[in-house]
Design a protein around this ligand. Structure first.
Ligand code: GLC
Length: 427
């Protein structure tokens, strides 16, 4: 190689290395952790309601219908002409959530199809500008605020209603990407400016999967500026405040929330009657709580805005259980005393709650206990057990033969001081 070309190569190499460094620095700053808001209320709340609702609730085949059935934009727009929800009563939704023992409600302000339940200056595909002619988010926000219910906004970054996003969905041209990101920034600003206090921002649908393309760091900074106390999930590609395992309980070392369908579909699907039984849903709630996580349970109102009767019934049953056993959930976290043969355990202060799925009969044995159990009370009936304790073993006597709660029976153990495990502890 001639001297000149060698020099040129070195200069070019140096230039591209510098460029790479700049790109890497941008990436690093894009994923660096933010300072977190005070999350105490959220971590104590433990249980929230997710609501998937939009124009897709009219055909009732789930919220991915546009993609899955490859519906052209013009045809999909017709759904908005049929979306005039006569039974929409957000006060009732909030009341259902409250009666079920849920402490916050998160609604899809816009899903992947791009249809906004709110009035937006940067889109015509909104409830306000189509058949409903209402800002449904305004009504929802008023209902939450009036009831003192913490309110969350789900917002899908991707918008299938923009030409060039579907069918491929996951890779778009630079100009389309800019359109998508600009729109998302403008709409998140609208959502966080026009509806009073917003407690949670729940991003989703980051397709393409690139926080730089979405300018996620700026999106999050803007959200925190507009709503200083807001708690933000991790689906804008940055960790933000909490993680969001989906239809799975997967404990993390940071704040986390598992979201679950009651059946198998997030958006209303008339045919989907695969409902989880109440004991299973309570097991999931207890399982999240016992591992310091939250549980976000979805409901899917129909095109008229009515929550299906099966879901209302499930919420009612959960509420009944929570009224008696909520002490084992709210403000609870993982317990140093465990009874894995029986079920799960949570702890609040000097109390440990055994959430028993496999009721052993009149005597309930526990072990690996390092401090003194003062009393043991069956929450379902208020009955106290006779406590026998020797070394690290404890026996609770005189209990019923059969589990007094058909779903999940809770025993409250009150300790003298901090509940401590034995040394060595059970693993
Ligand atoms: C997924 C799905 C979506 C649903 C969401 C709930 O990302 O795309 O339909 O809204 O998860 O967690």
């Amino acid at each position: 190689m001639k001297m000149k070309s060698k020099l040129l190569l070195i200069v070019l190499l140096g230039f591209s290395m510098a460029n790479n460094k700049i790109a890497q620095a941008a990436r690093d700053s894009a994923i660096k952790e933010q300072t977190h808001p005070d999350m105490r209320w959220w971590q104590e709340a433990k249980f929230g309601m997710f609501i998937h609702w939009g124009v897709y609730s009219v055909p009732a085949r789930g919220e991915w219908l546009m993609y899955q059935e490859h519906v052209p934009i013009a045809e999909y727009e017709n759904l908005a002409n049929q979306f005039d929800p006569k039974d929409f009563n957000p006060k009732e939704w909030v009341a259902r959530a409250r009666d079920a023992g849920m402490k916050y409600v998160i609604l899809t302000t816009r899903h992947h199809d791009g249809f906004c339940l709110f009035d937006s200056k940067v889109s015509d595909f909104t409830a306000f500008k189509t058949a409903a002619k209402r800002d449904l988010i305004k009504e929802f926000a008023d209902a939450c605020h009036e009831a003192g219910m913490k309110m969350g906004f789900y917002y899908s970054l991707v918008d299938w209603h923009i030409p060039g996003v579907l069918p491929q969905g996951y890779s778009v041209s630079p100009s389309t990407m800019k359109l998508l990101a600009d729109q998302a920034h403008a709409q998140v600003r609208e959502l966080l400016s026009n509806y009073g206090k917003v407690d949670i921002l729940w991003f989703d649908g980051m397709y393409p999967n690139d926080p730089l393309a979405w300018r996620s760091q700026q999106l999050i900074s803007m959200a925190r500026e507009l709503q200083p106390d807001i708690i933000i999930n991790d689906r804008s590609g940055l960790p933000a405040d909490f993680s969001t395992p989906e239809n799975a309980v997967s404990a993390q070392s940071r704040p986390w929330e598992s979201c679950f369908c009651m059946n198998r579909t997030w958006g209303y699907a008339r045919y989907d009657s695969n409902y989880k039984p109440v004991n299973e849903l309570l097991r999931l709630l207890a399982s999240c709580t016992s591992q310091n996580g939250n549980f976000l349970l979805n409901v899917s109102p129909d095109g008229d805005g009515k929550i299906p009767v099966e879901q209302v019934e499930i919420l009612g049953s959960i509420g009944k259980w929570m009224k008696v056993n909520g002490k084992a959930i709210y403000g609870a976290g993982n317990s140093p005393i465990m009874a894995p043969n029986l079920g799960m355990a949570t702890k609040v202060g000097n109390k440990v709650y055994l959430l028993i799925q496999r009721w052993p009969g009149p005597m309930v044995p526990i072990a690996w206990v390092g401090s003194k159990v003062k009393s043991a009370c069956l929450l379902a009936t208020g009955q106290y057990a006779r406590v026998e304790q020797q070394g690290d073993r404890v026996w609770l006597h005189d209990l019923p033969q059969y589990p007094p709660d058909p779903w999940l029976t809770v025993i409250e153990l009150t300790f003298e001081g901090e509940p401590r495990p034995s040394e060595p502890a059970y693993r």
